[in-house]
Design a protein around this ligand. Structure first.
Ligand SMILES: NC(=O)c1ccc[n+]([C@@H]2O[C@H](COP(=O)([O-])OP(=O)(O)OC[C@H]3O[C@@H](n4cnc5c(N)ncnc54)[C@H](OP(=O)(O)O)[C@@H]3O)[C@@H](O)[C@H]2O)c1
Length: 294
């Protein structure tokens, strides 16, 4: 990237989007982090942002200011929000008005799944980006390995890995560190321009298989359990309001019916190496290696 133009990173203090910041800095980019508060701004700086724009996706004037004098942007929507599509459309509108040249959108695998709000609300945003006239890259990552991080200590303590859907349903997963690397490539090189890329690691295991890999890493048997959603949610300290929990419940009900599988070819081709495996992810957790930002 000539002359290191500034890249605005939405969610620069977040656990996933925060991984994009060091990936960009490692490729020579200068990052302006969008954060909702000074406190979050400090976290974004710790992640590697050189400057902070305090702003909110629901406050258009703050987006106009945040996008001033930046050439490229990374966008990821906050999870399980009723107005997810509206926030994305407002960001694209502000980006066009600011003359942004390139935008990377971290969407989700199979956004067309109509019964899931956290998928279908990404469709109008993808559509608006394609129609925007900006250079774009759309990433469609599978379920993040990092979702398991919060459960890891419980797995070690109890020998049980529980998720509230059938243990026999297959789920494609991906390490968000690999997704962050792809986002950084898309923002600093031209080879992913104007493309839409499904991002999955190899595997697509069911939970019985995932628990077996956990067991191999930990050197003991780990059992796969499938509690009902109410039981699971009461045991899990989720930082979600009722609306977010309802979207989560719908998502797990879908997984219970269909699983969620994708294809690993694209991620391997982009990275030029094998995607991080779930075994490596569990080894990282067992060794205390940091796998999320923040
Ligand atoms: N988890 C998965 O397996 C998975 C798989 C595929 C796709 N996805 C998608 O990936 C995204 C991940 O979202 P996440 O929230 O979990 O990621 P995250 O990396 O935690 O990013 C959310 C960031 O956005 C900030 N934010 C929240 N509301 C905001 C607002 N109104 N204005 C500006 N910033 C705001 C949050 O800051 P605060 O601390 O201030 O709230 C946080 O820093 C979602 O769109 C989800 O559908 C997830």
């Amino acid at each position: 990237m000539s002359g290191s133009p500034t890249v605005l990173v939405v969610g620069a203090a977040g656990r996933f989007a925060g991984l994009v910041v060091p990936a960009l800095v490692g490729r020579g980019a200068r990052v302006r982090g969008l954060a909702r508060s000074e406190e979050q701004g400090k976290q974004a700086r710790l992640n590697g942002a050189a400057e902070i724009a305090i702003g909110d996706l629901r406050d258009r004037a703050s987006l106009d200011a945040a996008l001033r004098d930046v050439e490229r942007a990374f966008y990821l929507a906050p999870v399980y929000r009723e107005d997810e599509a509206r926030m994305g459309l407002s960001f694209i509108d502000a980006a066009k008005a600011a003359g942004l040249r390139r935008m990377v959108f971290s969407s989700a695998i199979h956004p067309v799944i109509g019964v899931l709000q956290n998928h279908i609300q990404k469709v109008p945003v993808e559509e608006a980006l394609i129609e925007s006239g900006m250079e774009f890259t759309i990433l469609n990552p599978a379920v993040f390995y990092q979702n398991i991080t919060a459960a890891w200590l419980g797995v070690v303590a109890t020998g049980v890995f529980a998720e509230p859907f059938s243990a026999a349903k297959r789920i494609s997963r991906v390490d968000y560190r690999d997704v962050a690397e792809v986002a950084a490539i898309a923002l600093t090189e031209d080879r992913l321009l104007n493309g839409t890329f499904e991002l999955c690691a190899d595997g697509g295991m069911d939970r019985t298989e995932v628990a077996a890999v956990m067991g191999e890493v930990l050197g003991r048997r780990i059992e796969a359990a499938a509690p009902d959603f109410g039981t699971w949610v009461s045991r899990t300290k989720l930082p979600y309001d009722d609306h977010q929990k309802a979207e989560l419940a719908a998502m797990y009900a879908f997984y219970d019916r269909h699983g969620l599988v994708g294809n690993a070819l694209t991620l391997r081709a982009i990275l030029g190496r094998a995607p991080r495996s779930i075994r490596q992810f569990f080894a990282d957790l067992a060794e205390g290696t940091k796998t999320t930002a923040g």
